[in-house]
Ligand binder design. Structure first.
Ligand SMILES: Nc1ncnc2c1ncn2[C@@H]1O[C@H](COP(=O)(O)OP(=O)(O)OP(=O)(O)O)[C@@H](O)[C@H]1O
Length: 227
């Protein structure tokens, strides 16, 4: 489902004399349907950079990233948007929403975007919000004023609304209480069971041990630095 080959990435700091920071070289891995792969490696090794390349936010200088038949290193912006709508989900700790849109619509939106009937999309959103313990009195309000933990849970509900074939998880259990952490772990397990290919960063080591079938240490892809 996800195939990374010969991936290379460096950053050029144009406002700092054009300094070049090489981060990845020759990165390669694959993630099959129903498999969860955890990215590991010390801080600064490049975990977030790999995730951003996989989501099409950063462009790689070398290599290929195939997700659901689309090569992200060569795709047009509209192809990336279509991939994100249909195939590739991303759950981070942080919610980014349009102000004034009610929570229920925020969560239902990915299902509406793929053409699901409105009543089914709203049912799905209600089910996820209830499961993630967002009080029903909040569903008609915009999540912009919610607490950090509530926003994180709304974001998770939105990320799991549509059963994406591929899913990127950036610390999905960070700062959750034990009960909601357990709900999120179950959602990830259900997605795996449905065949979703998952790449995640989990600083929560017990969560990583439970969910990940394999770990990939991205420091193996650090370019050899000239002495
Ligand atoms: N937009 C950017 N511009 C310049 N350098 C960047 C950029 N993004 C990442 N880097 C550099 O790439 C390297 C890898 O960073 P990255 O955030 O991917 O590491 P990480 O493994 O996710 O670290 P952490 O566990 O601390 O989040 C770092 O040296 C960082 O400074």
């Amino acid at each position: 489902m996800i195939e990374v080959q010969g991936l290379g990435k460096s950053f050029t700091l144009h406002n700092q004399g054009g300094a070049v920071i090489p981060v990845l070289e020759g990165a390669r891995f694959t993630v099959a349907q129903g498999e969860c792969v955890a990215l590991t490696g010390a801080s600064g090794a490049g975990k977030s950079t790999v995730m951003r390349i996989l989501y099409g936010n950063y462009l790689a200088q070398a290599g290929q990233v195939m997700i659901g038949g689309v090569d992200l290193t060569a795709a047009e912006p509209r192809e990336i948007l279509a991939l994100r709508r249909d195939t590739l989900g991303y759950v981070s700790q942080f919610l980014r929403v349009v102000p004034r849109v009610p929570t229920l619509e925020v969560v239902a939106e990915p299902c509406l975007a793929i053409g699901m009937e409105e009543s089914a999309a709203l049912d799905r959103a209600r089910g996820l919000l209830a499961r993630l313990n967002i009080p029903e009195r909040l569903w008609a309000l915009s999540p912009t004023t919610f607490s950090g933990g509530e926003q994180q849970r709304v974001n998770i509900a939105r990320g799991f609304a549509h059963a994406y074939p591929a899913l990127l998880l950036d610390e999905p259990t960070a700062s959750l209480d034990p009960q909601n952490r357990e709900v999120v772990l179950s959602l990830v397990e259900e997605a795996k069971a449905q065949g979703t290919a998952i790449v995640g960063i989990f600083h929560d080591a017990p969560a990583r041990a439970r969910l990940a079938d394999r770990e990939i240490d991205v420091s193996a892809f650090t370019p050899a630095r000239a002495a």
